[in-house]
Write a protein that binds this ligand. Structure first.
Ligand code: HEM
Length: 309
């Protein structure tokens, strides 16, 4: 028998072990706090679905003319980005991405990639990133315009609800104290140090700024640039279309903001994972979020004080 197992026969060690288990059971596991009200949760997840479909159907529409220009015209050779294809000496299709004057071979992902039948196909973005997966512009537009309405109405409801309940002013707009802690918050984020206990209930300054930029700059910007591309609306919105440099510029800004959303989501989901994926997801699905520091028996409905209502 091993020395370790043998040692459990020692009464003193056995008592010490029992004490350690009891201490472990006594160790505070935290308390559940009602953090996100249901309308915010519902609108958050509607937004996730709408944005995913908008992004993928948007890439389907982009594939119909897989290049970006500035101004009012899209002249060949003057694009700032182009996802192209050409034949090599062996007659094989090669995908080429051009950014300004720089060219990159991107076969398999951009320019040329496997179609739904598995054969190499000339297409800007690959089939796994587009809705529908095959080349079908008309269907892509149907998905895109339907979910654009979902996104706009959901966004207006979110803004209206957040302003009316003062969630926006209280939880998203940074306070003077938040601004003073900006440097510290940046250092903490670089060190992956995150607040615990009660402190974790407040959005920190970087979170607040990220949410405000995403809601007010990305959200409103992408809708306006989408409208600027619509032939019917660009007459009404012509001063704005001119201000951004023309319809092709509006299309380019629309595209850049779409990828800005992707960058935000990658960082956002990364932060969710490193700050406790299960707890964070439970918070955004059921409303209940666990903060560390107190006994589980003390599960308090702290909606009035702490929730982001
Ligand atoms: C699968 C993807 C996503 C997951 C898992 C996720 C998860 C979460 C969680 C857990 C929170 C609460 C954070 C906290 O309380 O500290 C949150 C808040 C938030 N998320 Fe996401 N999210 C996702 C996608 C998105 C997308 C696509 C957007 C919009 C661009 C977005 C925008 C926001 C905003 C603005 C808040 C703050 C909501 C408020 O309190 O008003 N999220 N998300």
């Amino acid at each position: 028998m091993s020395a370790q197992l043998e040692s459990t026969r020692d009464p003193e060690l056995a008592i010490a072990a029992t004490d350690a288990v009891a201490e472990g059971l006594r160790r505070p596991r935290g308390r559940l706090v009602y953090r996100h009200r249901w309308p915010i949760r519902l609108m958050h997840w509607i937004n996730v679905i709408a944005l995913t479909i908008l992004f993928m159907s948007g890439l389907q529409i982009f594939n119909a003319h897989p290049s970006l220009s500035l101004g009012n015209r899209s002249d060949p050779g003057k694009e700032i980005l182009a996802l192209d294809a050409r034949m090599d000496a062996n007659g094989q299709l090669v995908g080429v991405t051009r950014i300004g004057r720089h060219e990159f071979v991107t076969t398999g992902v951009l320019g040329v990639s496997a179609g739904p039948d598995g054969q190499p196909q000339v297409r800007g973005f690959p089939s796994w990133l587009t809705i529908p997966s095959s080349r079908w512009l008309a269907m892509g537009r149907q998905w895109h315009f339907f979910f654009a309405w979902v996104f706009v109405l959901n966004g207006l409801c979110y803004l209206g609800y957040s302003l009316a309940t003062r969630h926006f002013q209280r939880d998203l707009v940074p306070t003077k104290q938040d601004w003073r802690g900006l440097g510290r918050s940046i250092v903490d984020h670089i060190k992956f140090k995150h607040p615990h206990g009660e402190e974790a209930l407040r959005y920190n300054i970087l979170q607040r700024l990220a949410y405000l930029v995403v809601i007010l700059v990305f959200g409103i910007g992408i809708v306006l640039m989408g409208l600027a591309m619509s032939p019917r609306m660009d007459a009404v919105l012509s001063p704005m279309v001119e201000a951004v440099g023309g319809r092709q510029s509006a299309r380019t800004i629309h595209f850049i903001i779409a990828w800005g959303f992707v960058a935000f989501v990658l960082i956002h989901v990364f932060e969710v994972i490193i700050t406790g994926a299960f707890n964070q997801l439970r918070g955004m699905i059921t409303g209940w979020y666990r903060i560390d520091g107190e006994t589980p028996a003390k599960q308090v409905d702290a909606a009035a004080e702490n929730s982001h209502d």
